[in-house]
Design a protein around this ligand. Structure first.
Ligand SMILES: Cc1cc2nc3c(=O)[nH]c(=O)nc-3n(C[C@H](O)[C@H](O)[C@H](O)COP(=O)(O)O)c2cc1C
Length: 219
């Protein structure tokens, strides 16, 4: 008599075609010992961005921002979290425009400088020698030396406590032309782009895989 249980007709899951690489296999039986710390924001690595902004007619400014993330694909949106005390916060609140510039190791010094000195005291473009890049879609400049510049319009400013979460729509992407190959691919591996983790700046290091490689069939 056929089974009345629909689950009984379900085919069993196909056998795994791709064995986990040796590095992912469990080798030790001993549990991994963990410490429980108080809550904190240890999302590492983070990008470190230079967020530039300007009130038209006034000195342009930029600050270092590690709390920066992708928020949506279509329309392309990102977030930056900025303390209300920053000059840049005041500027973005007024203009509703900013540029997220991703710096390379070549300008790591200037990146840190932008994160410890306020535009209330110095003209950071003058002090670092970085070049303002006229915006294609926004009235504030980007930073020419940064391999990637994302021009943004601030859609929402959400006060969260210590920081304001600024949700921006990306209006234009600028990339350094020398980093784009003949096929139009951005050679990110040659960009020298920086990451930030637990108080330190890093470059990206060795590539260990690519999107989907864990399930791709070997030829
Ligand atoms: C690596 C690094 C990351 C930082 N990330 C943030 C951040 O995500 N949000 C923020 O409000 N400040 C951040 N800061 C601090 C500001 O960049 C810093 O206070 C800056 O001087 C503010 O400049 P401004 O007053 O000209 O806007 C960071 C600093 C450093 C060095």
């Amino acid at each position: 008599m056929p089974s009345r249980n629909p689950a009984a007709k379900t085919k069993s899951a196909p056998a795994r075609k791709h064995a986990a690489p040796p590095s992912a296999k469990r080798t030790a039986r001993a549990p991994i010992r963990k410490l429980t710390w108080p809550p904190g924001t240890l999302v590492w690595p983070a990008p470190v961005a230079l967020v530039s902004c300007q009130v038209p007619g006034e000195t342009p400014n930029f600050l270092a921002v590690a709390w920066c993330g992708t928020a949506n694909s279509d329309p392309p949106m990102l977030t930056v979290a900025i303390r209300p005390s920053r000059l840049s916060h005041e500027i973005i609140e007024r203009t509703r425009e900013f540029v997220v510039n991703l710096p390379s190791a070549a300008i790591a010094w200037a990146t840190d400088y932008a994160g410890v000195v306020s535009g209330r005291k110095v003209d950071k473009f003058a002090a670092t020698g970085l070049t303002p890049l006229p915006g294609a879609t926004v009235s504030c400049p980007g930073i020419a030396e940064c391999p990637i510049n994302l021009e943004c319009r601030a859609e929402r400013l959400i006060p969260l406590g210590t920081h304001t979460l600024i949700l921006g729509t990306i209006a234009a992407v600028r990339v350094t032309a020398d980093l784009v190959d003949a096929k139009g691919r951005l050679r990110i591996e040659d960009s020298g782009i920086l990451a930030y983790a637990h108080g330190f700046y890093f470059t990206l290091g060795k590539r260990v895989g690519s999107h989907g490689w864990s399930v791709r069939k070997k030829k």
